[in-house]
Structures are given as C-alpha cells and as structure tokens.
Ligand binder design. Structure first.
Ligand SMILES: *[C@@H]1O[C@H](CO)[C@@H](O)[C@H](O)[C@H]1NC(C)=O
Ligand SMILES: *[C@@H]1O[C@H](CO)[C@@H](O)[C@H](O)[C@H]1NC(C)=O
Length: 177
C-alpha cells in the first residue's frame, strides 16, 4: 500500500508541474541575442547597400530597424519601398536615396530583435553617403598645391584656396583628364 501511495503522490506532482509549466517560458526558449551586428557604411548615392543584422533566440526573434531613433519602414509595410527587410534580418537598400532636400537613408541605424522573452539591440551603425566622383584628393593630384603649402599648414589654408583651385580643375575634369 505504501508503494501505491507514493505513486499517487508522484502523479499529482507531475500534474502540478505540467499545469504550472503552461504559464512559464518553456525551458528551451531563449531571449533574443544579436549574433551579427551592422557595420558602418559609406555608400555612393544610387548604389545598393546592406546593413547586416542576425539574431538568435527561441522563438525566432522578429527584427526591426531604427534610424536616428525612428522605425524604418521597409517593403513589409510598403511593397514599393526601396528598403527591404531580408529573411536573415538584414536591411537591404535597392539604391541609396540622397537628394539635396531629402536624405532618407543617411543616419545612425540599430536593429532590434524581439520575442516574448525580451529584446536585444545591436550596436549603432552609421550610413554615410559618399560625395559623388570628385574628391579633393583627386583634385589636388591634378593640380598640386604650391610647394610652400606642402607643410602641415595646408590643411587649414586649403578651404580659403578652394575658390582659386576650383575654376582651374573644372575644365580638366570636364575634358576627362
Ligand atoms: C547609439 O547612439 C545613440 C545616439 O547617439 C546613443 O544614445 C547610444 O548610446 C548609442 N548606443 C551604443 C550601443 O553605442
Ligand atoms: C605643424 O604645425 C604646428 C603648428 O604650426 C607645429 O607646431 C608643428 O611643429 C608642425 N608639425 C610639423 C611636422 O611640421
């Protein structure tokens, strides 16, 4: 009889654990963890770009992107968007949009991965849009500054020289030199 008694107790205990379990996280579930962070990018306007993000967790976390603190709208919300949220969690830009007035892509990005156990935020990654074609390095290679500027003074004298240099280099750039 003692044995039977123990068995009943064990069954009751088992039932209790099973019921209690329902309201708790399953043992194998895990809060999100970012395993691949986005890196800083410098991209030319009109070019495609990808900000990487990969998160682990159980259930599989949902990934969202934020730029300068605001949620980034992707093709998931607007199929015509030039930003696509890839299944991996990465953010893919079909082309970087960068106009005189509208600069929707340049900024500081983070990805956020969430499941019911919590959320994880990635490192900050900056996306910068590179100046088109003409760089000052190239301009100075074509028209080197006078030798008296070759010392370390050139870096702060240069801005005042730009109006003088620009008219000189523009014709050479136009002729494709
Ligand atoms: C990311 O940048 C924001 C805004 O500059 C700052 O408040 C935050 O601490 C940064 N986060 C990390 C992880 O560096
Ligand atoms: C660069 O300029 C600074 C300020 O004029 C001067 O103190 C320094 O010695 C210079 N360095 C070199 C390498 O010429």
């Amino acid at each position: 009889m003692e044995y039977h008694h123990t068995l009943v107790h064990l069954l009751a205990l088992f039932a209790f654990i099973t019921l209690a379990h329902g309201s708790r996280p399953r043992l194998e579930d895990a809060a999100p963890r970012i395993v691949e962070h986005p890196s800083d990018l410098i991209v030319s306007k009109g070019e495609p770009a990808t900000l990487n993000c990969k998160a682990e967790g159980r259930p599989t976390p949902m990934v969202e992107w934020y730029k300068d603190g605001e949620r980034v709208e992707t093709d998931r919300e607007d199929p015509r968007s030039h930003r696509m949220l890839l299944p991996s969690g990465s953010l893919f830009f079909l082309r970087i949009v960068h106009g005189r007035r509208s600069k929707p892509d340049e900024g500081l990005y983070v990805c956020v991965a969430r499941n019911y156990l919590g959320e994880a935020v990635s490192r900050n990654a900056s996306l910068e849009v590179a100046m088109p074609q003409i760089s000052w390095q190239l301009a100075l290679k074509i028209h080197p500054p006078p030798s008296f500027l070759a010392s370390n003074t050139s870096s702060y004298l240069l801005p005042s020289l730009i109006p003088n240099i620009l008219p000189n280099i523009l014709p050479s750039l136009r002729t494709g030199l």
